[in-house]
Design a protein around this ligand. Sequence first.
Ligand SMILES: Nc1ncnc2c1ncn2[C@@H]1O[C@H](COP(=O)(O)OP(=O)(O)OP(=O)(O)O)[C@@H](O)[C@H]1O
Ligand SMILES: [Mg+2]
Length: 257
Amino acid sequence: MEKIVEFQKVTFQYEEDPNPMFEDLSFSVEQGEFVAVVGASGCGKSTLFRLIHQLEEPEEGHILVGGKEVKGQKGYSGFMPQRDLLMPWRTLERNLALPLELKKVPKGEQKRRIQELLERVGLGGNGGKYPRELSGGMRQRASFARTLLSGSDLLLLDEPFSALDYLTRVSLQEWLAEQWESLGKTVLFVTHDVEEALFLATRILVLKGRPVRSLESIPVPLPFPRNRKMLEAVEIQELKERLIAGLQEERRDEEEK
Ligand SMILES: Nc1ncnc2c1ncn2[C@@H]1O[C@H](COP(=O)(O)OP(=O)(O)OP(=O)(O)O)[C@@H](O)[C@H]1O
Ligand SMILES: [Mg+2]
């Protein structure tokens, strides 16, 4: 398997911060994986994505995507930030057109691609609506569609479902699993929800400590396609308890500081 993302001894610190966030951090993700990134709040999950997407730059070390240094590369990742990307004053169609306008895609082709994409994410017929007219789940699917428009093989999804109610979240998890299986892209997915990570991911990466010096990598021993019943297996329940205990411990350490 080919590595799509690779961190080589990456050190990063926010200017305002007295301590580094990451120190000599190395890890990699292979093409086609679905990796869930978990860790206590504030441990650096979003920062990890910001580094991959070049919204931040490491002090030391190298970040490679597709075997090449990210610096100087463009358009290699689609980023869905923690807060939804949609502009309230544009209809769904016009929101989706934005990245295509920037790329100077001809109008006719824009229309065709947007229609196709809306169908793909189950929002066909909703292109003329404004974000406020969509439910939370629809908005997240629309944001996901916009992320897909980057055309990148690497998708960085930062807690896409955390603000949704339980049932919507569960149905979007199933939806995302299907999208991942049919798109053949690599997904990195931040979540606070251990069960969500176990349901979706091929592997879980756990961020721990300050600074973060390494990531714990936990493969999820379940086949695809997945169903909820599989989560009831004893080994998965044990894994879940272990993950939750690890996160709680991290939180206690944080509170004692
Ligand atoms: N632009 C910034 N400048 C300075 N410090 C920042 C900046 N962005 C984040 N931080 C700090 O870096 C730390 C990690 O932030 P980050 O957003 O990566 O955490 P996170 O793991 O995504 O948290 P959450 O689960 O709450 O989203 C936090 O302590 C945060 O306050
Ligand atoms: Mg975050």
